[in-house]
Design a protein around this ligand. Structure first.
Ligand code: SF4
Length: 217
C-alpha cells in the first residue's frame, strides 16, 4: 500500500463522495424488489429493467398474478433477462413462497435467521439473492456480496481472491456498524465502482481508491 491501510468505512466514504447517493433498490413495491433480485442473476440490470417493465405492463407484478400465469407465458415476458425459462420457474417458486407466508406484513415479523433459512430453501434462491431480499426488502443488516465485491476488495488487499461468500460477508459485517441503510448503499457503491472503474481491466487512473491500492503496479 502507498499509505496506511484505510478502514472499510473509509473506503465507503471515499466511494460515496465520488459516486453520490445510490438509493438502492429502485422499485415500486417489496415484491418488485424480490422479482428484481431473481431476474438480475447473471445478467445486467438494463436487461432486468426491460423484463420488469414488461411484467408491469401485463399486470403481473403481484405474487398472485405471477402464480396464476403459466410458465411459458411468464418466460415470454422476462425474455430480456436471459435464461428466461429457468427464471420463470424461479419466479413461480419465490411468488409461492411470498404469498403462502403472508407477504411482507407477516414475513417482516420473522427473525433474520429464520428468514434466511426459509429463503435459501426456495428453488433458485442462493445466498446472494437471499441476502439481497433480506437487506433491500426487509431492511435487515445482512451484507450482500458478489463477484464485484470480491474483485475490488481482493485488489485492495483486504481479502483473498478465492475467499468464500460467507467469509466475505462476515468480513463486512464484523468491520462495519450493523446498519441496513449503510449496507444497502455500500453494496450499491461497490457494484457501481466495479462496473465502471475497477473492471476486469481496471481504469486505475480514474479510481478514487488508487492511493490505497497496489494492484495496478
Ligand atoms: S486502483 Fe485500479 S485495481 Fe485498485 S481499486 Fe482502483 S481501479 Fe481497482
Amino acid at each position: 500500500m502507498n499509505q496506511q491501510k484505510p478502514s472499510i468505512k473509509q473506503i465507503y466514504l471515499r466511494l460515496r463522495r465520488q459516486q453520490g447517493e445510490q438509493g438502492w433498490w429502485p422499485a415500486d413495491s417489496h415484491f418488485e424488489i424480490i422479482v428484481g433480485a431473481v431476474l438480475t442473476q447473471n445478467t445486467a440490470w438494463t436487461n432486468v429493467e426491460k423484463a420488469i417493465q414488461s411484467l408491469k405492463q401485463q399486470n403481473l407484478m403481484t405474487p398472485q398474478a405471477m402464480i396464476a400465469c403459466s410458465r411459458p407465458e411468464l418466460a415470454k415476458h422476462i425474455r430480456s433477462s436471459g435464461t428466461f425459462n429457468i427464471k420463470a420457474k424461479r419466479l413461480h417458486a419465490i411468488s409461492r413462497w411470498y404469498f403462502s407466508h403472508g407477504e411482507f406484513s407477516e414475513i417482516s415479523n420473522w427473525p433474520t435467521a429464520k428468514l434466511r433459512r426459509s429463503l435459501l430453501a426456495v428453488h433458485g434462491v442462493g445466498a446472494e439473492t437471499a441476502d439481497a431480499i433480506i437487506l433491500y426488502v426487509f431492511k435487515r443488516p445482512v451484507f450482500v456480496v458478489d463477484a464485484y465485491t470480491k474483485r475490488l476488495f481482493s485488489r485492495l488487499g483486504f481479502v483473498d481472491e478465492d475467499c468464500s461468500y460467507e467469509s466475505l460477508r462476515g468480513f463486512f459485517e464484523s468491520n462495519l456498524e450493523s446498519d441496513a441503510a449503510l449496507f444497502g448503499e455500500y453494496h450499491a457503491h461497490i457494484v457501481e465502482h466495479a462496473k465502471h472503474v475497477c473492471k476486469v481491466r481496471p481504469y486505475c487512473e480514474r479510481c478514487s481508491l488508487s492511493e490505497y491500492c497496489d494492484f495496478s503496479k
